[in-house]
Design a protein around this ligand. Structure first.
Ligand SMILES: [Fe+2]
Length: 300
């Protein structure tokens, strides 16, 4: 039977790539986001070590890098998905763009927004998709990400606490640079007082939120099981911003203080160009620096 294509509604008139904004969508009815298809995907990804899970005992202050070890989920993937209401666990299907079927879904979602997005934030690359299953009242620990994120709620309700990408009280720029350089969250620390500064967004099915690169966020599930999907990407500007953070992080190692990002735009531009050249050399000698701007994020 013919099903009309799904859509995401973004207010493009007011959209600013560096500002948190809510969206609406109807992807919950997509055939690939029904439990039968998702269970098959989970089985395929389990074999490729692309599932990530932890116990509902983890709270906002857990380290997202190590939470699967510090708070292990004792249930296997199939059991977790089948009994998500009762297992008190949190599960992520990682890098679904690496799956031939779900790569199509990631493209469908991002192709739907790219024509409008590219008018204000061109150069979309490193497309990726992530699917989240969460038991009632579990928590996604406080963290930042390496990309712009569009989080779409499909089932259940959650409260997203999110802070602007340049909020230096929630997360200081040193921690942002360290994370973007090393992918480690050990300098990102949760404090209960941060709630007062947060933008608090209650997501119900058919709602979503766009969070720019390095916007700190923490999520608390509601009283029902939650199913959500996020798509992520970088752009010319987000890659530039990431390079500026990494340069400052490396300069700090040499006790060189550079002006905060955004204070001196000409300086920022020069820093980014220099960093781009340095990262090409780093990549050439075997590093994992951002250089190729490829369509999809590498599956890690
Ligand atoms: Fe995130």
């Amino acid at each position: 039977m013919y099903a009309p294509p799904c859509h995401i509604d973004v207010d493009w008139i007011s959209f600013d790539p560096w500002r948190i904004t809510t969206v609406r969508h109807d992807y919950a009815r997509h055939p690939l986001l029904q439990m039968g298809s998702l269970a098959q995907l989970a089985e395929r990804l389990d074999h490729r070590d692309q599932t990530f899970s932890f116990s509902g005992a983890a709270r906002a202050n857990a380290n997202f890098n190590s939470v699967a070890l510090t708070h292990p989920n004792r249930h296997d993937t199939a059991n977790t998905l089948r009994n998500i209401r009762d297992v008190n666990a949190w599960m992520l299907l990682r890098h679904v763009q690496g799956d031939p079927v779900y790569r199509g879904l990631v493209d469908e979602i991002l192709d739907g927004i790219e024509p409008d997005l590219s008018q204000v934030d061109p150069g979309m690359c490193y497309r990726a998709g992530w699917i989240f299953f969460s038991s009632p009242r579990t928590v996604t620990p406080f963290h930042i990400d390496r990309n712009h994120v569009l989080l779409l709620q499909m089932q259940g309700t959650k409260t997203v606490y999110v802070w602007p990408p340049d909020d230096r009280i929630a997360v200081d720029d040193g921690a942002r640079g360290h994370f973007l350089d090393c992918h480690r969250l050990d300098q990102v620390h949760w404090h209960e007082e941060l709630r007062e500064r947060a933008q608090r967004i209650v997501l119900e099915p058919d709602m979503g939120v766009y969070m720019p690169l390095t916007s700190p966020h923490m999520v608390e599930m509601g009283d029902e099981p939650s199913l959500a999907m996020s798509v992520s990407y970088n752009t010319d500007a987000s890659r530039t911003r990431a390079r500026q953070h990494v340069v400052r992080e490396r300069a700090r190692h040499f006790h060189v203080g550079l002006p905060d990002i955004g204070r001196q735009p000409a300086f920022d531009a020069a820093v980014s160009l220099g960093a781009q050249a340095a990262m090409r050399v780093e990549h050439w000698i075997g590093g994992h620096a951002d250089v190729d701007g490829s369509r999809y994020a590498a599956v890690e």
